[in-house]
Design a protein around this ligand. Structure first.
Ligand SMILES: Cc1cc2nc3c(=O)[nH]c(=O)nc-3n(C[C@H](O)[C@H](O)[C@H](O)COP(=O)(O)O)c2cc1C
Length: 357
């Protein structure tokens, strides 16, 4: 019980429970922190101005309670946000494939960008995003992919608690060497970008490799039993993403909510079709099309973002039901009803107490 209720990490951060809740929704982030956890806002697709304003709005909602922000900072991104340079690299095969899908599913070409193509992921953009984070009063800075030493050093200098998400013990070691103060060991079960090693195999290995650096478990955490198990594996807390898709605050589109409701653990899969890196999501016609014979192999990040970005934006705007999808992890099986973040947190806390006896 001590590991949960009198958690040293929480004493340091000022949270009540070592439950980190990742979401792209400001409302979810604020609600997780207000319910005693630590909300983490996924801002990698937000412009620097949006990051500045979003962080201010969340702070207003949570007061002194801790919250964090997450960027994806992979190596090898282009220097600048140059859409034309990206376009020039897209093979005809990929263009033809997307055009074929457009015709087959009657997706309008509305001339707008989508979430993945509103800007090209680049070194320049990452720097501007990071600056807004460093200039803000956010408590925690997390990196979902990559752990560049310069970013870690600067964030620590500004008093941020720096977190790196990793999927292998080797990456954990690299992140620690680069100065990360908290490691999220995220297993194969997790929603969105995720690696090859299952949570149960990964967490103890990362705990052993991390020495005195605290480790948080992610991937498949849905109940208090999972939280108790994570603590038993040596983690000091948990990091959850899929659960909040069922919250009123997240307010996912009703079509997507129905797909989530219907999904069991076997109804998610990893695909490189969205971003170029393996991303766990619910199975839909979108994943089936990219798996079908004759489909092209997805390109690397960030080219694949540009291959699919405008198209997926149009899919959502025109509500093309078969192709609408979301990242989600195998824990999707544990959730069914639309409920509030506070209710999810209350259940998790009660179940963890029970599981820990
Ligand atoms: C809809 C959704 C979007 C996500 N987007 C990101 C992201 O932009 N950056 C990131 O670091 N992690 C992202 N994640 C992963 C979460 O941070 C978290 O590690 C993961 O969801 C934990 O596993 P779980 O899905 O089994 O709870 C996302 C997860 C979901 C479900």
């Amino acid at each position: 019980m001590d590991k949960f209720e009198s958690n040293p990490l929480c004493q340091e951060l000022g949270c009540e429970y070592p439950i980190f809740g990742f979401s792209h929704s400001e409302a979810v982030v604020a609600a997780v922190s207000n319910a005693g956890g630590v909300g983490i806002w996924g801002a990698t697709r937000s412009t620097p101005e949006e990051i500045r304003d979003g962080l201010r709005r969340i702070r207003k909602q949570v007061g002194e309670r801790p919250f964090g922000v997450d960027l994806v900072l992979p190596k090898g991104m282009p220097a600048t946000d140059d859409r034309a340079a990206m376009e020039a690299q897209i093979p005809d095969e990929h263009r033809a494939f997307i055009n074929g899908l457009r015709e087959k599913y009657d997706v309008p070409d509305d001339g707008q960008t989508g979430m993945r193509s509103r800007f090209v992921r680049s070194e320049d953009m990452a720097e501007l995003q990071l600056r807004e984070i460093l200039n803000s009063d956010v408590d925690v800075f997390a990196m979902g992919v990559g752990s560049p030493e310069a970013a870690i050093t600067r964030a620590k200098q500004r008093g941020k608690r720096v977190v790196a998400l990793v999927g292998t013990p080797v990456h954990a070691q690299r992140a620690i060497d680069a100065g990360a103060e908290l490691i999220v060991a995220q297993g194969y079960d997790a929603g969105a970008h995720t690696g090859d090693i299952g949570t149960f195999s990964l967490v103890p290995q990362v705990v052993d490799a991390a020495g005195t650096v605290p480790v948080i478990a992610a991937g498949g955490v849905a109940t208090g039993r999972h939280i108790a198990a994570s603590l038993a594996l040596g983690a000091v807390g948990v990091w959850m993403g899929t659960a909040w898709l069922f919250s009123e605050e997240e307010a996912v589109h009703p079509v997507i909510f129905e797909k989530l409701q219907a999904a069991g653990s076997g109804d998610t899969m990893r695909s490189r079709a969205d971003s170029g890196k393996t991303l766990r999501q619910i199975r839909t016609s979108w994943t089936a099309e990219w798996e079908a014979d004759g489909a092209p192999t997805p390109l690397r990040m960030p080219l694949q973002d540009i291959v699919v970005g405008d198209f997926l934006g149009a899919v959502d705007r025109a509500e093309v039901q078969e192709l609408m999808h979301t990242p989600a992890g195998q824990s999707v099986a544990y959730f069914n009803e639309r409920t509030t973040v506070a209710d999810i947190m209350r259940d998790l806390v009660a179940q963890t107490r029970e599981a820990l006896g």
